[in-house]
Design a protein around this ligand. Sequence first.
Ligand SMILES: *Cc1c(COP(=O)(O)O)cnc(C)c1O
Length: 397
Amino acid sequence: MSKPKLPIYLDYQSTTPVDPRVVEAMLPFLADKFGNAHSRTHAFGWESEAAADLAREQVATAIGADPKEIVFTSGATESNNLAIKGVLRFHKKKKNHLITCLTEHKCVVESIRDLMREGFDVTFLGVDREGRIDLDALEAAVTEKTALVSIMAVNNEIGVTQPLEKIGALCRERGVLFHTDAAQAVGKVAFDVETAKVDLASLSGHKLYGPKGIGALYVRLKPRVRLEPLFSGGGQEQGLRAGTLPTALCVGFGAAAAIAMAEREEEAGRLLRLRARLLDGLRARLDGVTVNGSLEARVPGNLNVSFAGINSETLMMELRDLALSTGSACSSASHEPSYVLKALGLEDALADASIRIGLGRFTTEAEIDYAIGAFAEKVAKLRAQGAAPAPQPAAMR
Ligand SMILES: *Cc1c(COP(=O)(O)O)cnc(C)c1O
């Protein structure tokens, strides 16, 4: 077995490397093709506009949308803010209620906290041990004041998918708009705005092998979804997102979306095999390995496991050759257990023992085999040492 190059990247839910084909497509627009895509009066502008139009079409095609329904943003954080605040603020005279769930990404949670300070009402749905919401609870939470349901397509920590089609059907039946944070879904699982019956969907370039700093919000045109923009400016992106388009980033995002479309199914199959190899390997070498969240309703590239009796921060310090994460934001000096795992009902000790292993396009079998060996060795070592103390915050990066 060949030894893989170190360190090994196993944090594909945090970000993905830019695919070399994407870099290739972008380069001209970082060099001589510098025109402003909104300049209507000369060839420099037309060239950039054509490139941005193609990118918009590629992104739209990847999710079964019309190019006119794609609003380019700086990423999924901005898209989530725009969708959630935009819809609630637009409809505030008639409807002031929003439904979401406890395991949403931080940027959704914080957008909603802003709205709560503005006086909006919010229902946070819980999830079961698998990480999935209860559709009956969702149905019961809808009132005539509900403007929006925002439920993520795929969770960033545990990779668990939500039953989008059923949520979408329920929302449509009840006349409520449906937004989904699809940053971890597009290019990983089948995602189609018609099938899922979503009205708004947030996308991110750097989660699908595109560049950072670009994303999109899908905004349904038929029937047209109305929302308030976040900031003022020159009326670009149909008045929903002012500012000059970053042509190179748009081109990269478009190229990445096209590659994801073409290669998703084959890649998913390969990643499922690699993940099974990893989990089987870990369980063959170690006791007390539990998977957090549903293994079936999960994107192929995610594994979130707890190693009983281990502190995951300590373990990651030992595993310096592996780029891993707990999945929870390690904010400033304090380390709190993941709110996602707590929502699943995990005990603190098991939540503290959790590690997110993210596999992706460039993960190899040799890397997986190396990782299994490294985990087996270090977990056994820490368990032999007994209860391992958590590292000091200063040691965290
Ligand atoms: C990464 C991520 C985001 C934030 O995306 P950016 O493009 O980095 O702003 C939002 N939601 C989910 C689920 C994510 O994984």
